[in-house]
Design a binder for this molecule. Structure first.
Ligand SMILES: [Zn+2]
Length: 252
């Protein structure tokens, strides 16, 4: 770590739970963020600011005027550009040392699994159940920790799934295919700072997982009620019949 890095990250390095070793782990880490929308914006900004060395960002969409109310990594001048290109400019403006890998396609199948394998942590900042199930499957297969966030209207959710831990639940233990017609921001509205709260929590959990600080919310579901300013925390259990991670389906 050079002098400029010691200065840039000094407020983290002085934390005993992070120290030089934790900061170096962040600099050496690669985080995959899927979705450069409302959740992906603050998640990517904080990961870049905090010194995550490599950020792979995936989104096939372009910046639209209606995105700017909450997708704070994008700028008015970026309307019409690919979201990953728009985000890269903002993120490198914040921290030029953060290597940004842009993936301007819908990641599926082998390409998704390859990116998940390359990552130390995956942040699911997407807004469709079909995408969320595919990301979860890839994370279980690759044994890459997954930080999952969701926000709609005035409600948010956060969970961390870590398949490296025995009997740890996965996203599919929590939801099944019948939930596919669920709410999306595009059709149902969302209050702007809510995606900031949840996306920022995703960055925080990722930074904890990588630096080793504290204990990430593995196997827990945190539910935020923004209208009443209340957090609830629930413990999740692995579903033995889960088609992705359940032992009834893996032959053990
Ligand atoms: Zn499962």
């Amino acid at each position: 770590m050079h002098d400029q890095q010691l200065l840039r990250y000094s407020r983290q390095i002085m934390l005993p739970a992070v120290d030089i070793a934790g900061q170096q782990a962040l600099l050496d880490a690669r985080v995959l963020i899927i979705g450069m929308g409302g959740l992906g914006s603050p998640a990517a900004l904080y990961c870049a600011a905090a010194g995550v060395g490599t950020l792979a960002i995936s989104d096939f969409d372009e910046v639209d005027l209606s995105n700017l109310q909450r997708q704070i990594v994008h700028r008015q001048a970026s309307i019409g550009q690919l979201k990953v290109d728009s985000a890269k400019v903002t993120l490198n403006g914040l921290n030029p040392e953060c290597q940004i890998i842009t993936l301007p396609e819908k990641l599926t199948g082998a390409a998704l699994l390859e990116q998940v394998r390359l990552a130390d942590v995956v942040l699911d900042c997407s807004d469709r159940f079909s995408t969320r199930f595919a990301i979860n499957q890839a994370c279980v297969t690759a044994k890459t920790p997954l930080v999952s966030g969701a926000a709609i209207q005035f409600g948010g959710q956060l969970s961390v799934f870590d398949s490296r831990e025995a009997n740890s639940p996965c996203y599919r233990c929590l939801y099944d295919d019948s939930d596919d017609e669920a709410l999306r921001c595009a059709e149902n509205g969302v209050i702007a700072p809510l995606v900031g709260v949840i996306g920022t929590m995703q960055a925080l959990e990722a930074i904890k997982l990588i630096s080793g600080a504290g204990k990430a919310a593995v196997g827990r579901l945190l539910v935020f009620d923004a209208l009443n300013t209340q957090w609830r925390s629930m413990t999740l259990s692995q579903d033995p019949a889960c088609p992705v991670c359940g032992f009834e389906n893996t032959g053990f």
